[in-house]
Design a protein around this ligand. Structure first.
Ligand code: SF4
Length: 493
């Protein structure tokens, strides 16, 4: 319901310059009075004109996303008149960077529009709109796709009509270049490739001349440098889809866990690199985590630590601006203080020596790069290595000594330690500060072998590009709900 309201307000914002509440209410009234027989419109051989919002959930053989220029898509940011109350925003307190949130929303909308195409997708843009004198720049979304060099995108330019202005062609050389480009394009479209190559060589020579170089600077060996690897071409001609997962993809504990919970979410986040919701929201947990890290550093360099010192460090990571009221901030500060007290009491009794904080590890797993960071590495008095990971939330009720043997993060840390020290740690523990509970994992050959098999299967599935949605509880905390039709079905079902 809230999503629908947000959708309608976005549509409204897109079509009005001066949004006001009375005007918005008129807009809703107008919408409610319009009944469209959608089924009658969806004929096979017809063109449908839809906003990007309304195209969600539909697919068409050919899609045109129009006006892909700056200030049109994405629209210019305007402070929203409509706000989602904080109580409904799942406890996330965003900072005041509404502008960046707006841009992320526009980017997702663009993704929705693009992914409606089943066979062919066209973006259209013009350099000049109407009587406006300023030349429009291509949309930043097109630039992010590197549209001019992206091998998946074919750029087609149409000459301006005779009454259109084309101030770009202001010199003879530019006019000549324009003509050569047109001739090369036409030659390619008629498969007269030898003519196209001649025009391209001439274009390159004109370019050299305009840069003040002589024609002898033209080097055919460099110009005609091309790859002799035809395997990609052979795959494409055989009708195989181009791979979207790079062979060099690096894996992290978080990315592999995401794949396990929902392969489609993994694709959105780690393959298509679609930004999630603003991640700069303040988190009490992160502030406490960073304070513990700092305390560990002090202790590692032989300095004394206590609550006074901890409370002096905490403000470095605290963001008072994230709080609407002093009362709420004081409540959270009290919680943070309790977590730090728990940590300090535990640390007082800890006989181990800290040997690594936020320790980076890297290794190749079946030739695939893996990377991670371990909260803390410790050495026991008899020289064995163990791992501690601090959690500021509550211990999940289903986490037991038995189930921790399957914990992705802990097992990956064990492999990281093996890489660094030549053997797995004697113990890997999760410390839940809120509950003051430590859950230990004692890794052994059996658990590590089982984990190796699991990781191998996951990585193979990722490289086989199996990205089937797995809707469920994860959807509630997924940033990609607006792009995901599986989530809608799940919530509606
Ligand atoms: S909304 Fe649910 S099904 Fe869709 S990508 Fe996110 S987690 Fe997966």
């Amino acid at each position: 319901m809230l999503n629908k309201l947000q959708e309608i307000t976005s549509d409204y914002e897109a079509i009005t310059k001066e949004p006001t509440l009375p005007d918005f209410l008129d807009f809703i009234t107008l919408l409610s009075g319009v009944t469209l027989d959608v089924s009658a419109k969806e004929e096979e051989n017809a063109v449908q004109i839809l906003t990007a919002h309304r195209s969600k959930g539909k697919e068409f053989p050919v899609v045109f996303v129009v006006d892909m220029v700056a200030k049109k898509f994405p629209l210019d940011y305007r402070k929203k008149k409509f706000q989602v109350p904080n109580d409904l925003s799942r406890g996330l307190k965003t900072t005041d960077d509404e502008k960046s949130l707006f841009l992320q929303e526009e980017r997702r909308l663009c993704y929705v529009a693009m992914t409606r195409a089943e066979e062919r997708l066209y973006f259209t843009l013009a350099r000049w709109y109407g009587e406006l004198k300023t030349e429009k720049k291509p949309s930043k979304f097109l630039q992010e796709l590197d549209f001019e060099h992206n091998p998946l995108i074919n750029v087609i330019e149409f000459a301006a009509t005779s009454d259109s202005k084309n101030p770009e062609i202001s010199t003879t050389a530019e006019g000549f270049q324009w003509q050569l480009q047109e001739q090369a394009r036409n030659a390619i479209s008629q498969m007269q490739l030898h003519i196209a190559v001649q025009r391209l060589v001439e274009l390159e020579k004109v370019r050299l001349l305009t840069e003040g170089k002589s024609l002898s600077a033209f080097d055919p060996a460099t110009f005609f440098l091309y790859s002799t690897d035809d395997s990609k071409l052979a795959h494409l001609l055989a009708g195989e889809k181009e791979k979207i997962v790079p062979d060099s993809l690096r894996f992290y504990s978080s990315s592999l866990s995401t794949y396990e919970s929902c392969p489609l979410k993994f694709k959105f986040q780690y393959i298509l690199l679609i930004p999630g919701l603003q991640k700069s929201f303040f988190s009490l947990g992160t502030a406490v985590h960073s304070t513990i890290e700092e305390l560990s550093r002090l202790q590692g360099s032989g300095e004394e630590i206590n609550l006074d010192i901890a409370l002096k460090i905490l403000p470095q990571f605290w963001q008072p601006r994230a709080y609407e009221s002093r009362k709420k901030e004081d409540e959270d500060l009290a919680k943070a203080r309790r977590l730090l007290e728990t940590y300090l009491a535990w640390q007082m009794e800890n006989k181990n020596t800290i040997v690594g904080i936020e320790k980076e590890f890297k290794f190749n797993f079946e030739e695939h790069p893996v990377k991670g960071y371990i909260d803390r590495l410790e050495q026991t008095p008899d020289g064995a290595i163990c791992v501690v990971d601090f959690k500021t939330g509550r211990k999940p009720s289903d986490l037991t000594k038995k189930s921790i043997r399957e914990d992705f993060q802990m097992n990956l840390y064990c492999l990281g330690v093996r890489e660094m020290f030549g053997k797995i740690p004697v113990k890997a523990s999760l410390f839940y500060l809120k509950d003051n509970k430590l859950v230990d994992y004692i890794p052994d050959t059996e658990s590590i072998n089982a984990f190796n098999d699991r990781m191998s299967t996951l990585i193979k599935s990722i490289h086989a590009e199996q990205f089937t949605a797995c809707p469920g509880q994860t959807c509630r905390y997924c940033d990609y709900g607006s792009l995901c039709e599986a989530q809608e079905k799940d919530l509606e079902g």
